[in-house]
Design a protein around this ligand. Structure first.
Ligand code: CMP
Length: 153
């Protein structure tokens, strides 16, 4: 079992696509174990996307993420990171496969509807950016061994 962070970005929230996207996660077998609606500041968006600070799109990306309400979620399931990325489709909607969230709902690489963690370590950091441990309602039975998985540190 794995957890990953998903963000429904301002463009998809504005277009009333929250329910559509959440239902795609649930139909694919991902459990929604934490959720919040937030309007983050530019500084918070800069901090979240720190890894992209040197990229030419950093300013526009952080302005966009802080431009309106977003939904942040923790998704849980087998291979949750890869499954969420498959459901999202390629970063650029023009290159995304048919039936993916970005192909169906996003208009451009800058306004691409959703974000998803790309690896276990990133998922851990991104989840901790938005959620305290007691805000996450895992469906997994309590684990027994310290360090047995990403949730048992
Ligand atoms: P996301 O998955 O949230 O991760 C970083 C975001 O930067 C990405 O989605 C895109 O919305 C945005 N972005 C803009 N231009 C690019 C680019 N050339 N390559 C990758 N990401 C880009």
């Amino acid at each position: 079992m794995e957890q990953t962070l998903s963000i429904i970005k301002p463009d998809a929230v504005e277009k009333d696509q929250i329910g559509n996207i959440l239902s795609r996660f649930e139909k694919a077998g991902l459990k929604i174990v934490a959720v919040k609606m937030l309007h983050i500041s530019k500084a918070e968006a800069e901090s979240f996307y720190e890894v992209h600070r040197k990229k030419p799109f950093y300013k526009d990306l952080t302005t966009f993420l802080s431009s309106g309400p977003i939904l942040v979620l923790v998704l849980e399931g087998k291979d949750a990171i890869a499954l969420n990325r498959k459901l999202m489709g390629a970063t650029d909607p023009a290159k995304a496969e048919a039936g993916t969230i970005r192909k169906d709902l996003a208009e451009s690489i800058d306004r691409n509807a959703v974000h998803g963690s790309d690896a276990p370590e990133t998922a851990k950091q991104e989840i901790a950016f938005f959620f305290q441990p007691d805000e996450i309602f895992s469906k997994e039975p309590p684990h027994r061994k310290k360090g047995c998985c990403c949730c048992c540190s």
